[in-house]
Design a protein around this ligand. Sequence first.
Ligand code: ASC
Length: 133
Amino acid sequence: SAVEPEDAIHYRQSALGVMGWHFGPIADMAKGDIEYDGDEFARRAQNVANLASMPWEGFVDGSYEDGGHGVDTDALAKIADNPDDFEQKQQDLIDESQKLATVAKDKDFQSSRAQLSKVGKTCKNCHDDYRAE
Ligand code: ASC
């Protein structure tokens, strides 16, 4: 049976939320808001990389904002009209977060911070085009 839009929305928001749970503290380390801990950074970066391929199957027909499903979502319906670009943006996150997980194992703050910035740009690129507001 077909995936219900509300289940798909909950699924993708959960996956993105778990990614954010791990990305937040390492972004805070990169900003200097909290102390850099190389072991923790590497562990959280690996978790982000492990999750990076997961949210996308939740972006299904009928699950976008104003889709009449009654669930709060900021995902714009134009996602469905631009599948190749949306997939490229997914792949950018997957690739850059895998690089981050690899770089972070060296436990060098500057190189980890530089690669984290590249991951953050892939988040922002997609949000700029496909998330409301
Ligand atoms: C985060 C978060 C995002 C990205 C983005 C990076 O911590 O929740 O969506 O980083 O803000 O530009």
